[in-house]
Ligand binder design. Sequence first.
Ligand code: ZN
Length: 281
Amino acid sequence: MIGKRLILLFIAVILVLTGCTVQQQTFAPLEAGEMRVHFLDVGQGDSILLQLPDGKAMLIDGGNREDGKEVVRYIKSTGIEKLDYLVATHPHEDHIGGLIEVIRRIPAGKIYMPKVTHTTKTFTELVEEVINKGQKFHRARAGIIICDGSSLRIEILAPAEDKYEKLNNYSAVVKVEYKGVGMLFMGDAEHESERQMDTSRLSAQVLKVGHHGSSTATSRDFLHRVNPVYAVISAGKGNDYGHPHEETLKLLRDEGVQVLRTDEMGTIVMTTDGNSITVEK
Ligand SMILES: [Zn+2]
């Protein structure tokens, strides 16, 4: 009797321990021709992993410095051994911090970043890490095509100019189009950059909302031009900035957009065959 109890207790402890440290993937394995996008829960920050339908992988941002190890572990848990494309949207810590560990641990193909520098230690270390690996930065700017296949196209829609007052507006904005499905990843781009983006390229079913749902991003006009079905907001629970802002949430509600938030749902995973989109969790 006692033996049985001990075994049950032992199993319970194991479950609790693994539950805390290993985020089990409960969704189906990726089928040929499917694309999967993981909006990682990195608290107040951004990190998005894309398993592309051609078997390649892409990472947009890596969360804060302390998220690096977890981002690396998550990427490896999907079976990815190389990141073919890596985008550092802009030099703020909550986007590039975790990339230092990622670049250290996982081979990267092309690394994209907007042409802007920052004075922080994190930025300097990222640049050093890239140089140490014998890599270089490719400039992220509106008009750059990352991939142009028959059914998959990845392009950069912003920044459109060389100088901005706010660092957020230097954000590399990435548009991924797979057959009939479009996804738009905004980084922290705000109103000024939104106004400059080519309307003919904006339409997307999934919008990774700019700047963690701040009211300084996602104008009503911009939202109309994108006309998404899903809006994904990456933000930390109880963050100091009050993200996502109520104005943004109200706007998205008013426009009938389905809002998915990492601060409420944890990591959000979507799978698409190029026609329909399934939200795995
Ligand atoms: Zn940010």
